[in-house]
Every structure is written in structure tokens, then in C-alpha cells.
Write a protein of this length. Sequence first.
Length: 492
Amino acid sequence: MLDVSMYIDGEWKWRSAKGDNTRNIFNPATGEVIATAAEGNEDDAQAAITAARKAFDSGPWPDMGVDKRAEYLFKIADNMEEKQQALTQLETMNNGKTFPEASYDVSDAAACFRYYGELIKKSSDQTIDVPDPMQSIITHEPIGVCGLIVPWNFPLLISAWKLAPALAAGNTVILKPAEITPLTAIKLFEIFDAVGLPNGVANLVLGAGDTVGNKLATDHEVDKISFTGGTETGRHIMRAAAGNIKDVSLELGGKSPNIIFADADFETAVDYALYGTFFGAGQVCTAGSRILVEESIHDLFIERLVNRAKNIKVKPGNQTGAEMGPLVSEDHFNNVMSYIEAGQQEGATLRCGGKRLLSPDLENGFFVEPTIFTDVKEDMKIVQEEIFGPVAVVQTFKDEQEAIRLANGTDYGLAGSVFTTDDKKAMRVIKKVRAGITWINAYHAAYNEAPWGGYKQSGIGRGLGTYGLEEFQEVKQINVNLQVEPVNWFSE
Ligand code: NAD
């Protein structure tokens, strides 16, 4: 059994500042307690904010040369790669995802630190032409103390997506992992400690969203909040951050359309429809959970999709051949099951799945069968709301216009894709999909180099790529007078 501590101002804290509460951390594949975590509260968040403030205002980090900061990021990446196996095992044990999924996350998270180490070395400062005798220099500076709040579905990867650009830019940070999945974040902070990040530069506070997270969002000493999580929480964070007009970035939920035209490569489209929906047991913000199929191929497509969905190997993520793991927790499992019930009550046709898996090796975990609904109506709860589980709804369309209208028919706008062999149609349609992350004849591919974020109620701002670095930078103009003499605007 692991004991999980917080990391504040360069020290490990097992006890919280007030009280000594702890939280049991579970393995969702077995229901077993695998760790006990210190449960932080507002006082711990305060201690971390004070440490980060001091490290930003008077520490070496913001003023350190970019080459030197980059060196830290490269060492972090190297260390993560050395611990690839241990990190993969921990992520699977805590989140439930399969080994291949977890292993990909670890590699990608390490690559993210390396990418931002390289990027910060390429200065984006510039001198621009302005009328003589002035010269204008545009320069980028860190924002200050950044609160980073992350969800449970990609505990390590989303932490890296925030920590790497924030640290590269010279900010000091406080990471708050989701309360149920802190294990890989602790390992990452052990790496930060080992590479010798100066005290207070990176702090880790564990605990609940409405205490620790809320404190980070409201506190006036925090300059920026970067949040990934549900849209409702994002709304709360925007309100909480208004007090000191914090810079806010929000990566929120989705209900993304996967549009399949009759002229698509049939097997490719079926395969990606499965991958888009059931990868990560559907607990992926960009999941293509609304499959839009052109009427003329609907029945054939559903038959093939359902047959393949029934074959997905649902097992504990650490078992050989596991293709889909459990849902992350009992609460989340109950939530997903309530959507499956709602779909049936609303009159959708359940084509496969819909039940908990209860064979002897799975009965204590939170495993749900891959589930597909057809004959849905646009206003159904299962069509409009993010289920965040292995549940696909299939809608049908007659033509391009109807496909676009249905694709854009929710409050979300995170991701979307189009499958067709007609290149012009593919571009026409994808340009009309109101979403920030899109694919043509593919799904789920994501790159550290490309911007990540949503339209509409899927968020504000873009993570990753150069945009992700700018999210953690202030932009300053320095205007230099090259001819020093009075301006004489006013008479003597
Ligand atoms: P959540 O909103 O419940 O929690 C996310 C984080 O916010 C957790 O650390 C939680 O403790 C914290 N939090 C909760 N209440 C808070 C409050 N009042 N103030 C401050 N912090 C608070 O989300 P979740 O259930 O952990 O994650 C699933 C959601 O995340 C889904 O909606 C999914 O689509 C979204 N998500 C989005 C992206 C993206 O890139 N757009 C990526 C992954 C997940």
C-alpha cells in the first residue's frame, strides 16, 4: 500500500496544515484500496500559493536563462522515460486504462516536456517598425503564479500538458490532480525533486475540488488558472476567478460528431468509429460519441459496428490482451449507467451492451459493456449530454446539409471528424463543423505541436503547440525613444 504526500515549497507533506485527513485511493479494476493520500485543504493550498508567490517574486526561476530552464525540462523528460514502466503500471492501477493506453500517455507526457524545452529556446520576441525616432520591442514574460487543475481521465498526460509550458515560460505552479487519481502526479513530483527544481517553483496539493481547487480559483495571489474538466466546473471556475480578473484557460467537455458518408472507406470508417468511441472506455473528452451515418449505409454500418463492439475485450488494464478497461470509479459507473437507463426510457434502441460485466474476474471492478444506441432523437439526453463512458449514439442524415446541422446541434464544440473518399466534400464539411480539434478519415490523433481546445461550451483558449506556451505568457511592448529630447506637447 502506498502513502501519498503533498509537495509544498520543496518538502513532502503527509499531514495537511489543519487536521490529518486522508483519502483512500482505489483500483477501479478490482475495487481495492491501493493507496492512502493526504487530503489537503484550503490551508495547504494557501501554503503552496505563498511558496509559489515567493519563488516567482524573488526566486531565480522566472529570470533564469531559457537554456537553463530548458535543461530542467529535458532532465524531467529523461527521468520520465527511465521510469516509463513504473509510471505506466501506476496509471493503469489508479485510472484503470489499459497498459498500451497508459504507456502511450507516459511517452507523450515525456515528449511534451522535451517539446516545450525546445520551444522556449526559440525566442518569439520581435522588434516592429514604428515611426522614427521610436523603436518597439515585443517581448514575452511569465504570467506569475499558475493554478493547474486537472481531471482523472489522463492524470499524467494532462498534468504534463499544463506543467511543461507553464514551467518553460518561467511561471511558478500549483498542481491539483483529481482527488481520485493522484498517483502518477506524485511520481512526477519525485522527479521534479530529483532534478532539483528550486523550492516553491512546482507545488502539489491534493484534495477536493470545492476546497483546494476553489481556493486556487479564488485567491488573489494566483495570477492564472488553467483548468481541464467538466463544463459545469469550468463555469464555476470562471465565476470564482473573476475576483482578481485572473487569466483563465478552460478545456471542457464534448459530445463530438463523427460524420460517416456513404462513400467512405467502409472498414476504415467502422474501425475509427469504434476507436473514437471506446478508446479509454469512452472517458475521453474528444470521444466521437455521436456517430452520424448517411442513411443509405446505415443498416449495414450498424450491423458491422455492433458485431465489432461485441468483440472488444473488456478486462483489467494490466491483463494481456485487454482492449478496454473499467470506468474510473463507482460514482462515475453509476452516472454512466443512469445515462444508459435514460436512453432506454427515452425510447432509443439499445443495439448492444448496456450492462455491467459481472464475470468472477470483473465483478468487483466497474466494467461496462460497449454500448450502442440507434433510433435516437436530437433532443434526447443521451444525444445532448456528455456521458463520458463506452456509449455511442448513432444518428442518421440524408445529405451534407443535414450532417452539418446535426454535427453542430449541441452546446459543445470540442472535436469532430468526417469520413469520405471525396476530398472536396471532406474539406467543405469539416470547415463547417464548429469544433477546435478535427480529423478527416481519422480519429483521436493528437500532437504536442498542435493546438488543443474547443469552441462553444467546450472551453476557452488553446493548450499545446505554440498556442499552449502563449497561454502561460504575458505579452509586453517596450517602446524605446532613440532621440532623447522633450516632446513639447504642452507650451512652457
Ligand atoms: P471535474 O470538472 O469534476 O473535475 C476536474 C478537476 O476540477 C478535478 O481536479 C476536481 O477536483 C476539480 N474541481 C471540481 N470542482 C471544483 C471547483 N468547484 N473549483 C475548482 N476545482 C474543482 O471533471 P472530471 O470528472 O474530473 O473530468 C471529466 C471531465 O473533464 C469531462 O467533462 C471531460 O470532457 C473533461 N475533459 C476535458 C478535456 C479537454 O481537453 N477539453 C480533457 C480531459 C477531460
